[in-house]
Design a protein around this ligand. Structure first.
Ligand SMILES: O=C(O)CCC(=O)C(=O)O
Length: 175
């Protein structure tokens, strides 16, 4: 497990009115275009649109790139998806807020566009969050080229950091 956390959406109060997170991707860096990391959420209460079940934009993980994002890695707005892309995607396939039973296991590709929504109920909406990068091996080669083998099928030949982002060079190995 690479990351263990939780997300609690609190009911609004007078001083803290209902608010939604910007639609974002958690893959807020130049990433490979394959399922290189998964997020697993486990709600500890039933989730509905009323108490702020996470809004998801199904299918967006398939083609999204760093170019779709406004904020830079490390910014408060990191991973935020550009408004015009949201408007365009909405015409093809809009977002949804699923109803999820307490204790369910939700598996999401790290690249998927999503966002926390306001909790309009009286009770906190609590959800565990885990992140897993499947079979990621980092090997430093003698010539100082970093080599990553991901999910046994993807070979990342080099990583460089030109200016703003990390640049990956990778290829798919024959299985
Ligand atoms: O709490 C939620 O529903 C979503 C949280 C989330 O997307 C995040 O923190 O990145």
């Amino acid at each position: 497990m690479s990351f263990v956390s939780g997300n609690t959406a609190l009911p609004p109060t007078e001083s803290s009115p209902p608010a939604a997170q910007p639609t974002h991707t958690d893959a807020d860096f130049d990433h490979p275009h394959l399922p290189f990391a998964l997020v697993v959420n486990v709600p500890l209460v039933g989730m509905t649109p009323e108490n702020g079940s996470t809004e998801v934009w199904l299918g967006t993980h398939l083609n999204t790139t760093l170019e779709d994002q406004e904020g830079k890695h490390g910014d408060r707005a990191s991973g935020r998806i550009k408004r015009e892309l949201l408007d365009q995607r909405r015409t093809e396939r809009g977002p949804c807020q699923p109803v999820v039973k307490k204790g369910s296991i939700i598996v999401r590709d790290l690249r998927l566009w999503h966002g926390g929504m306001p909790n309009m109920s009286q009770d906190p909406r609590v959800m565990l969050a885990f992140s897993k990068r499947p079979v990621l091996l980092l090997v430093r080669m003698p010539n100082k080229v970093l080599r990553l083998v991901l999910a046994d099928r993807v070979s990342v030949q080099s990583i460089s950091r030109p200016g703003t982002g990390i640049r990956w060079k990778w290829s798919l190995q024959k299985s």
